[in-house]
Every structure is written in structure tokens, then in C-alpha cells.
Write a new protein. Structure first.
Length: 115
């Protein structure tokens, strides 16, 4: 690096800083999309940040690193809810969540059987 270039904190894209390089400890982003992605990830990963509305821990702590909604938003409402309750069962309400998942699966089966 020539002292005037930096890398995007999020995607590593090379950014030319201009005549004066930014301080080494500052975050630099090549776009607003990268800045938003970085700060969203920081908020989710921060042990201090408990965001029970946008990123509840029982949906974001899956070992895969995937958030439940990334999968369920591609499903019908009833199937998505069944997956949601299975996803969070070990992190929140255990058996009760599994019973809720079964309830949603039965509704989905009834709907499909009726045609």
C-alpha cells in the first residue's frame, strides 16, 4: 500500500484516500452498502448488543451462522413458522417450541390435503 490507499473494512476493496491518508484506526468503506453491512454485523456480534426486535439471540446463534429469517422468508407462513420454532427450540423454549412447530406442520398438512 502506498500510504494513500486503504482497504474497505468490509470487502477489502482498495480505496484511494487522496492527499492525506486516514488514521490507521479508523474504519473506511468503499460504499454505504459496505458500511451498513459492517455495522449490522458488529451489532449482532457485539456481546453488549441485545437486539430482541431485529436480531434476537435465539434466531442468530445457530452454529451455521445463518439467521433463521434468511431461510424462512422463502417459505409459506406455516412452514416458515414450523422451521422457526424448530430453529430456536434449544435456545429458548425447548419442548414448547417443538410442540408449536408440530401445530404449524399439521396446519400445513391440512391445507395441502384440502387442495
Amino acid at each position: 500500500m502506498d500510504g494513500l490507499s486503504r482497504y474497505c473494512t468490509w470487502c477489502n476493496f482498495t480505496i484511494r484516500s487522496g492527499p492525506k491518508p486516514p488514521p490507521k484506526e479508523s474504519f473506511v468503506f468503499c460504499s454505504m452498502d459496505c458500511a451498513e453491512a459492517f455495522y449490522k454485523k458488529e451489532a449482532v456480534d457485539s456481546p453488549k448488543a441485545a437486539d430482541n426486535v431485529n436480531h434476537p439471540k435465539h434466531y442468530t446463534k445457530h452454529p451455521s451462522g445463518i439467521e433463521c429469517i434468511q431461510i424462512t422468508e422463502h417459505m409459506s407462513f406455516t412452514l416458515g413458522n414450523a422451521v422457526k420454532y424448530i430453529w430456536r427450540a434449544d435456545l429458548k423454549n425447548g419442548t414448547e417450541d417443538l410442540e408449536k412447530a408440530v401445530w404449524y406442520l399439521k396446519r400445513e398438512l391440512d391445507k395441502r390435503r384440502k387442495g
